[in-house]
Design a protein around this ligand. Structure first.
Ligand code: NAP
Length: 280
């Protein structure tokens, strides 16, 4: 597995394990299986309701703390300076860890929901900068930030986000935003890298998979990491958990990359940072 350099000097694996909807015993087992299959980056969030299960799964795997990265996220209804500090401590406790590797603002305050969304995001970010300075977080970042949200944040931020985690999969990969993030030295991380299964019947992807003797899932994930973007597929099946990290014995050609880049829109979640909680 390759590691990507973050703008704060930290390194992060380019494939991680998503845990959305993996709760309770299923979540504990999935995380423990993922770690023993070779994943060293685990993605959770306060809103998933599984931080405790993720923490238990990590413990059950017996892996040393310095050998894995944990991401969690501040929910969008908890934005603000005081609230960020409080919610962070709650996440840390639920995960039963001493520090978080990567803490993200899950969704930005936006013009639809906040009278002064710029200030809400700025205050939230200031709290995160302080938590990082105290050594409680290694890297701080954002999720679902459009360019407008990032530009507003830059007005007051002392630290540039290390990561922007966004919806990114064949059929919806936010190319302009991705290029903008890369120019700002922000690593892009893909959520729903498999479009929650909505890409599996695509004929172009199936043909490329057949040629490489790989699955459509592996082709999607390979395409993501060849864009220098982090992929965090979720699965609760041990076979698929293993399959989703078995990506390093083949390479997509530039022609195949381009074919996938150009696929028409498919699998889009309908969720947008500037209109949440509405969808398109
Ligand atoms: P995903 O990873 O694109 O797809 C997961 C679905 O695909 C599950 O139903 C899984 O079923 C199935 N699957 C996984 N591997 C497979 C394979 N090899 N073959 C066939 N089916 C397979 O969707 P996601 O969970 O939405 O996204 C991944 C992670 O991104 C989340 O878990 C979460 O950590 C993060 N995320 C973040 C945000 C955000 O706003 N920041 C939003 C959404 C997601 P099984 O479990 O049965 O295998």
């Amino acid at each position: 597995m390759k590691k990507l350099n973050l703008n704060d000097g930290q390194k992060i694996p380019n494939v991680g394990f998503g845990t959305y909807k993996a709760t309770d015993q299923e979540g504990i087992e999935a995380v423990s299986t993922a770690i023993s299959s070779g994943y060293s980056l685990i993605d959770t969030a306060a809103i998933y309701g599984n931080e405790e299960a993720v923490g238990k799964g990590i413990k059950a795997s017996g892996v040393a703390r310095e050998d894995f990265c944990v991401t969690t996220k501040l929910w969008r209804e908890s934005l603000g300076y005081e609230s960020t500090k409080k919610e962070f401590e709650k996440s840390l406790k639920r995960l039963d860890l001493d520090y978080i590797d990567l803490y993200l603002i899950h969704w930005p305050a936006n013009a639809k929901n906040y009278t002064n969304w710029q200030k809400t995001n700025a205050d939230t970010w200031r709290a995160m900068e302080e938590l990082q300075a105290e050594g409680k977080i290694k890297s701080i970042g954002v999720s679902n930030f459009f360019q407008e949200h990032l530009e507003a944040l830059f007005q007051t931020a002392n630290i540039i986000p290390a990561i922007n985690q966004i919806e990114f999969h064949p059929g919806y990969w936010q190319q302009e935003l991705t290029e903008y993030c890369k120019k700002q030295n922000i690593v892009v991380e893909s959520w729903s890298p498999l479009a929650r299964g909505k890409v599996f019947e695509n004929e172009v992807l199936k043909a490329i998979a057949k040629k490489h003797d790989k699955s459509v899932s592996q082709v999607c994930l390979r395409w993501i990491i060849q864009h220098d973007v982090i992929a965090i597929p979720k699965s609760t099946s041990p076979r698929r958990i293993q399959e989703n990290i078995d990506l390093f014995d083949f390479e997509l050609t530039s022609v195949e990359m381009e074919k996938i880049n150009k696929l028409p829109q498919m699998g889009f979640s309908g969720e947008l940072p500037n209109i949440w909680p509405d969808r398109v």
